[in-house]
Design a protein around this ligand. Structure first.
Ligand code: C2E
Ligand code: MG
Ligand code: MG
Ligand code: MG
Length: 287
């Protein structure tokens, strides 16, 4: 038993690989139909301003309701879409749907995740410009969220695209901050407006001094660079309190709301969300 462990483990690995590949083929096959059949829907997660307790924006998150398999996570199908080229049409649908919905809300920003493959499409900036005019959304109401994966190769070419996008007047956020390899270089080089601290740091912020130290440092650095700071994955009041005390600008997470359908957003616009005692002076950086 122990001696054959190597082979056995390999066989298991091999089988897992084959199952995974079969799953990916199924996803790929079904995605074509899903687009036409309207199986993709956008949900929107509220982003709450910690100074005012108001909804200031939403993150657009795609969902796939498969008729037989039920809900399939974007973590599963976005990578398949990237590999199969379907991210082109899917990404365009996501952007158009998100901009159309945001145009209805009048003043609430929408933040759309952009995959590295999408970003490198020829004339990506021109596509964004076209979608904005077709959907009649003000450019300052659109943010694009990218991870380091977007920036890591062809850096100069990507910077050109970013500068074109910035000229249109849209916002740029660095997503999942702290989970990559060299965020600091990219922060220095790219004109980001917002830094989104990954939820893996937020989870234990109240108990793990290292996580708390990383967040405190990220907030301090980001603010010095003139960035807005968002913390993701806030699930408890204690996490929110701690982030507020550290000077974080905005948060999103299950504590406030899960991602919800577009029609639920208007009711949240006038809501006063709970924040830390509002009259506490939050630290201001002096340059
Ligand atoms: P992300 O951009 O970092 O999105 C945040 C993820 O955290 C979302 O998962 C959201 O539902 C989840 N989340 C929000 N608040 C909490 C919380 O309090 N606790 C926990 N445990 N989770 C929370 P989701 O929707 O499954 O998306 C996962 C990832 O898939 C996203 O990570 C993003 O990278 C990708 N993705 C989602 N929608 C799109 C899209 O429209 N386009 C592209 N290119 N990628 C997308
Ligand atoms: Mg995101
Ligand atoms: Mg994120
Ligand atoms: Mg993520």
């Amino acid at each position: 038993e122990v001696k054959s462990g190597g082979r056995g483990a390999y066989r298991l690995f091999d089988q897992a690989m084959r199952e995974r590949q079969a799953m990916r083929r199924l996803i790929e096959r079904d995605m074509h139909l899903a687009m036409e059949d309207g199986q993709f829907v956008m949900h929107y997660q509220p982003q709450i301003d910690l100074a005012s307790g108001k909804l200031i924006g939403v993150e657009a998150l795609v969902r796939w309701r498969h008729p037989e398999r039920g809900f399939i996570s974007p973590v599963e199908f976005i990578s398949v879409a990237e590999e199969s080229g379907l991210i082109g049409p899917l990404g365009e649908w996501i952007l158009t749907r998100s901009c159309l919905d945001a145009a209805q809300w009048g003043g609430i920003k929408v933040s759309v995740n952009i995959s590295p493959v999408q970003f490198r499409e020829p004339a990506f900036a021109a596509k964004i410009s076209r979608i904005l005019s077709e959907t009649e959304l003000f450019p300052w109401l659109l943010d694009l969220e990218v991870t380091e994966g977007v920036l890591i190769s062809d850096t100069e070419k990507v910077l050109d695209i970013v500068l074109l996008l910035k000229k249109l007047g849209i916002g740029l956020s660095l997503d999942d901050f702290g989970t990559g390899f060299s965020s600091l270089r990219y922060l220095q080089k790219f004109p980001f407006d917002k830094l989104k601290i990954d939820r893996s740091f937020v989870r234990d912020i109240n108990s793990d001094v290292k996580d708390a130290a990383i967040i405190r440092a990220a907030i301090s650095m980001g603010r010095t660079m003139g960035l807005r700071i968002n913390a993701e994955g806030v699930e408890t009041e204690d996490q929110m309190d701690q982030l507020s005390a550290m000077g974080c600008d905005e948060v999103q997470g299950f504590f406030y709301s899960r991602p919800v359908p577009a029609e639920d957003i208007p009711a949240l616009i006038d809501t006063d969300f709970p924040i830390s005692n509002a009259d506490r002076k939050r630290p201001k950086l002096v340059h």
